[in-house]
Design a protein around this ligand. Structure first.
Ligand code: ZN
Length: 440
């Protein structure tokens, strides 16, 4: 191995405490989403650190985007370090938002405690540990004094957990994830230190409403219950569609393997008047207002259909519309409405793409083993980079165990933080063009 490359790796080894402390500092900023707390503080924490290291730093607030308000500004940070000579730009994109802590913790959720060679806390694994590794990787590259061509970019973006529309989506629409500015993107999501995530399944969220006729609840035969109609629809989903989806297998390496088929989740259902949480007082009277007795004239459900690369979005929707039309033909009084809430088609970066190749070689060098290639069951910000930014050289790669994301006692291993920082730094040497200009 080139001796300057070995020096770079040794330098990252000396940053073990630094990457740990940086992860702790980030976890202690409680960027909980929803509602989107402390984004401004977190973006500035990252930006001020990188400005000191020679990055040009921009703060981009997603004014007018969903969720943005003066009390909860959607503030993103984008930092760029420009090399002295022409080359390509490698961008590390991490979301700064985390989900709520929830219950069941034995560690302080926002304490960033270190124990057992790990940092514990909400967001350690998903994905402030990955953000810290990418910052340390870039700082080590800059401090090494190697003549790195091209540019290095780091962004901390908001709202990934709620779709990323004010984060990567907003930035992608403004050219931050397109050529000629950026050529390669690594998203340090917690996929594991030796796994490269090439893309994700597709998603369609839709709302279906069944309609009936209102009447007095004591004489339901005078009305027509939308809830009964919905129940007939859900029966078809369960007995026909879900078994059919189980048989629809993808060739993509989706992890976990249970997600290598198409799936449908019924996210929510509501029919009739809004119910309260009832309790009875000492007289036996309900403590909350009771609804009036009516036959439900409307029932709504939100469907979450995840589809595989071998399917297409139009067919996914049509399959559900066909079932609803069948009910309309066969079930007296059945009527429905359907509307899209959100959809993204599957993405898959080819295995021979530059960012995949460079990361695979870096994994082999640092860990001494070949990577495994996976795809994600759910979407993440790669969808905006591919669809809006039209940039296809994008992967997710970062430290942490995916299963721990969103769980109590979430953690990231400190050795993994160091190893993935080395891998990100080596991949950047290749992708910016340094390796080609400085053969061993
Ligand atoms: Zn994440």
């Amino acid at each position: 191995m080139n001796s300057s490359v070995q020096k770079l790796l040794d330098r990252i080894d000396t940053k073990r405490d630094e990457v740990t402390a940086l992860t702790q500092d980030l976890v202690r900023i409680p960027t909980v989403n929803p509602p989107g707390d402390a984004y401004e503080a977190c973006a500035h924490f990252i930006g001020e650190r990188l400005a000191k290291k020679g990055f040009a730093v921009e703060y981009v607030r997603a004014i007018g985007a969903p969720g943005d308000s003066d009390s909860h500004p959607r503030t993103n940070v984008v930092a760029r370090w420009q090399g002295q000579t022409p080359g390509e730009c490698v961008h590390f994109n991490s979301h700064i938002d985390v989900v709520e802590a929830g219950s069941g913790w034995t560690y302080e959720p926002f304490g960033g405690q270190v124990a057992n060679g790990r940092v514990y806390g909400r967001g350690t694994c998903d994905m402030k540990g990955g953000l810290a590794s990418s910052i340390i990787a870039c700082e080590a590259l800059i401090e090494s004094g190697l003549p790195i061509p091209g540019a290095l970019e780091i962004s901390g973006t908001v709202d990934e957990e709620s779709g990323g529309f004010a984060g990567v989506g907003y930035l992608a629409e403004r050219g931050y994830f397109s050529k000629p500015r950026v050529h390669h993107v690594i998203i340090p999501e917690p996929l594991g230190v030796d796994r490269i995530c090439l893309g994700h399944r597709g998603v369609w969220w839709g709302e279906v409403e069944t309609r009936g006729r209102i009447a007095h609840g004591s004489m339901p035969f005078l009305g027509d219950s939308a809830i009964n109609h919905m129940s007939a629809f859900i029966h078809l989903l369960e007995t026909q569609l879900q078994p059919r989806l189980q048989g629809r297998k993808t060739a993509e390496p989706v992890e976990p393997p249970g997600a290598r088929v198409s799936t449908l989740n019924i996210n929510s259902i509501h029919g009739g008047q809004v119910e309260q949480h009832y309790a009875n007082d000492e007289r036996g009277w309900p403590t909350a207002q009771t609804p009036a007795p009516v036959v439900a004239h409307s029932c709504r459900t939100v469907l979450d259909r995840r589809f595989i690369a071998e399917e297409n979005l139009e067919a996914v929707k049509q399959e559900i519309i066909d079932m609803l039309d069948e009910l309309k033909r066969t079930r007296p009084g059945f009527d429905y409405g359907i509307r899209d809430i959100m959809s993204f088609v599957p993405t898959a970066t080819p295995k021979d793409a530059p960012v995949v190749d460079a990361t695979a070689r870096a994994i082999a060098r640092v860990l001494g083993r070949q990577p495994s290639y996976i795809a994600s069951p759910g979407t993440y910000d790669q969808k905006h980079i591919v669809r809006t930014g039209k940039l296809h050289d994008c992967i997710a790669y970062g430290p942490g165990i995916l299963d721990l994301a969103h769980q109590p006692d979430e953690y990231v291993g400190i050795q993994e933080l160091v190893d993935s920082a080395k891998i990100m730094a080596l991949a950047s040497l290749d992708l910016t063009g340094w390796t080609r200009l400085n053969p061993a």
